[in-house]
Design a protein around this ligand. Structure first.
Ligand SMILES: *Cc1c(COP(=O)(O)O)cnc(C)c1O
Length: 385
């Protein structure tokens, strides 16, 4: 294969220290399940799986059966996978045969699973997801009663892996009243279910934000995405941590990802000329611009036009003009030694300087998660220490 125009480096030590931090916060009783939906938040499932397995993560969560197959192709022997979202009936047989766990939020799915498990001769490993006020997916009260009855009647064909729900935005402290209500609703359901004859293996509710801010929501297992990759779920959660530690501790989360390319071309531009498409950037003086070999088709957001920065020789170079489909330009007038082939850091550290992931979301409505999860799968990922 020809060389790609950029590369992503993944830090094993950063991932390990993020998992260690979450472990410290949630305590030893909660299992940490790492969420690897959306190609491991754009980091690359194929590389992240073995990296996380090395840090002792034993269970991974994905959004679809399609993603579960990607994980299944690279997982180790004692690693399990949970599908939290879309699973089509036609994929149920494969899912049960491979021992993949899955969420159930409607009764038809449960009945279908019982039939398939019977045919396949292996139990369906289910997590019952219950409605607690998120109003997305989740079994209503009466449906839960019926679901538990089905699980009891078809006991041989099921493993009751979990009872769970999802909080609707624990990232935002200002709306924690809604989250507190959900936790109360979940508590009521949990108590009722645990009084019954049939008990789930694990109770779970929290994603990163709740894991780091609501100890009462951590239960037996936490589903951690953003924090594992070194991203604070939101400024609120980061600020809460800072206020609790009074800013004394260093940032306990480390970015796992760095993104790099190299200079494709360097060109002098005369004062008064425009750079790239359109007229959004007119050279205020004689300049030198460096051309980058990637654009919005390669994951570099158009929102960075005339706003973003890259690092070359450890110095910031501002984006000038519009980010186009496959190229963009940066100003290197102040950095006369820049030449074709020099390393460019799009995200990460170079000498003393850093381009943060957050700088990508500050200019647009995009969340960190949105930006990273859209990084094209075609960019090569390499694991570094
Ligand atoms: C994505 C997701 C998570 C992980 O969320 P983070 O905020 O990235 O930790 C947990 N649970 C469910 C159901 C999810 O969809």
């Amino acid at each position: 294969m020809a060389k790609h125009s950029s590369r992503i480096e993944l830090s094993q030590s950063a991932l390990a220290s993020n998992i260690r931090f979450v472990r410290e916060v949630v305590g030893s009783k909660s299992e940490i399940v790492m969420v690897v939906k959306a190609n491991a938040y754009g980091h690359g499932t194929e590389q992240i799986l073995p990296m996380a397995e090395r840090t002792s993560v034993k269970r991974f969560a994905v959004a679809s059966c399609h993603e579960a197959q990607e994980v299944d192709a690279v997982r180790g022997e004692d690693t399990s996978v949970v599908i939290m979202g879309i699973l089509y009936d036609e994929d149920l047989e494969w899912t049960i045969e491979r021992g993949i766990e899955f969420y159930v939020f409607d009764l038809a799915r449960l009945r279908e699973a019982a039939k398939t498990a019977k045919r396949v001769g292996r139990p369906a490993r289910v997590h019952l997801e219950v409605e607690t006020g998120g109003n997305r997916t989740g079994l209503a009260r009466e449906e839960l009663t019926e679901a538990l009855k089905i699980l009891r009647e078809e006991k041989r064909h099921f493993r009751f892996e979990g009872l769970c729900s999802h909080l609707a935005g624990a990232e935002t402290l200002a709306t924690h009243f809604r989250i507190k209500k959900q936790i109360q609703a979940f508590e009521t359901i949990r108590k009722r279910v645990q009084k019954g004859r049939l008990r789930p293996e694990k109770i779970h509710l929290a994603s990163s934000a709740a894991s780091l801010s609501l100890p009462e929501a951590t239960y037996d297992l936490v589903r951690v995405g953003s924090a594992a990759y070194g991203m604070w779920p939101s400024p609120d959660i980061q600020n809460l941590y800072l206020s609790r530690t009074l800013g004394k501790a260093a940032n306990p989360l480390s970015r796992v990802m760095s993104w790099k390319t190299d200079v494709m071309h360097v060109k002098p531009v005369k004062q008064g000329e425009f750079v790239g498409y359109g007229t959004s950037f007119e050279a205020p003086r004689n300049m030198r611009v460096a051309v980058m070999p990637l654009g919005y088709a390669n994951g570099y957001p158009r929102e960075m036009s005339n706003r973003g920065y890259v690092l070359i020789h450890g110095r910031k170079a501002p984006v000038v003009g519009a980010v186009t489909m496959n190229m963009f330009m940066v100003d290197v007038t102040h950095n006369p030694k820049v030449k074709v082939g020099d390393e460019v850091v799009l995200i990460g550290r170079q000498k003393g300087n850093v381009i943060s992931l957050r700088s990508f979301s500050e200019f647009s409505s995009a969340l960190n998660n949105e930006f990273v999860s859209r990084l094209p799968a075609a960019i090569p990922r390499l694991v570094v220490r």
